[in-house]
Design a protein around this ligand. Structure first.
Ligand code: ATP
Length: 288
């Protein structure tokens, strides 16, 4: 794995919000999930990295060279795919493909046709007649047809049914395997991306909160549950917990699991657990 994209000291400020300052590295052959609450800054980060709305301060590097987003060449390397599926709605599928393909020298017609066939999207159909899922799949095909090696996706599966989401991920995984590219995908479907993403970036209030390999991160923590009135004052390394009438549930650092009472039930955390109890940790209490 090689670093393909690097952000150094990136900052974007709006009236009531600031993203960064932050540094970030993205490697080849990796799919990264970008997770954060509404308003955490996911779109601002993706737009900054892709140059759609460049950072106000800081630089983005492509294989170690600072990117000048005004140079057309960079457009052949990168793609930003939003979930705005209203684009080209007055076109037929064929017309949209013809239009987008003229913007790129290296358009891969056979790859595009292959995936249109897999998804059963007919070239003659008007785009406004396609279902939401079909439109989003077409959006992905249009965004990848020039074989970019940096792919940014902003909540691409938002509103898609589970089968459409799986088909969407299948295409993405196959693409990454073939191209050795890097993908960053913002999402609220934390559970579903676990099997798809190798890395995760948790964003909180415009800052990087936790960044790393999914499996390594999951090794670092355990979920525990104990009866609701349990005294946890002697337990070390609890990130946070919630208490209901049934149980106290929380996340603890793996190296201090042995300090839990013997009857505590422990298991490996999901990304959702890490998001809720480590990154956000505001639902219940924190133990010092
Ligand atoms: N062009 C802009 N002008 C002013 N404020 C903006 C602009 N774009 C975004 N913001 C603000 O920046 C903050 C972060 O927005 P952003 O869209 O990046 O968050 P997000 O994590 O993608 O949210 P969501 O999950 O809801 O899509 C929000 O408070 C938003 O209102």
């Amino acid at each position: 794995m090689e670093v393909i994209i690097e952000l150094r000291n990136g900052i974007t400020k709006y009236k009531n919000f600031q993203l960064g300052p932050m540094d970030l590295q993205l490697s080849t052959g990796v799919i990264t999930a970008l997770i954060g609450r509404n308003g955490a800054g996911k779109t601002t980060l993706l737009e900054g990295l892709s140059g759609l709305s460049p950072f106000q301060k800081g630089d983005v590097y492509y294989y170690g060279t600072p990117i000048n987003f005004l140079e057309p060449e960079i457009r052949t390397k990168m793609t930003y795919i939003s979930n705005d599926i209203q684009m080209y709605s007055d076109y037929s599928v064929k017309q949209a493909i013809e239009f987008v393909s003229t913007l790129h020298k290296n358009w891969d017609t056979s790859w595009v046709n292959h995936w249109l066939t897999v998804f059963q999207i007919r070239a003659s159909v008007q785009i406004h007649q396609l279902s939401k899922g079909m439109k989003m799949k077409l959006n992905l095909i249009l965004g990848l047809g020039h074989r970019p090696d940096v792919v940014f996706l902003d909540e691409p599966t938002d509103g898609l049914d589970s089968i459409s989401r799986q088909q969407f991920f299948n295409l993405l995984q196959e693409y990454v395997e073939q191209e050795e590219c890097t993908v960053v995908m913002s999402t609220h479907y934390t559970k579903e991306v676990e099997g798809i993403c190798d890395h995760v970036i948790f964003l909180k209030n415009g800052m990087l909160s936790l960044v790393g390999e999914v499996e390594e991160m999951k090794e670092s923590y355990h979920v525990f549950s104990v009866p609701p009135k349990e005294d946890l004052s002697g337990v070390k390394g609890i990130e946070s917990f919630t208490t209901t009438s049934v149980e106290t549930k929380g996340v603890i650092q793996s190296q201090t699991v042995a300090t839990l009472p013997n009857h505590a039930v422990i298991k490996k955390p999901s990304l959702d657990d890490i998001f809720q109890y480590v990154v956000e940790n505001e639902e219940g209490g924190e133990w010092s």
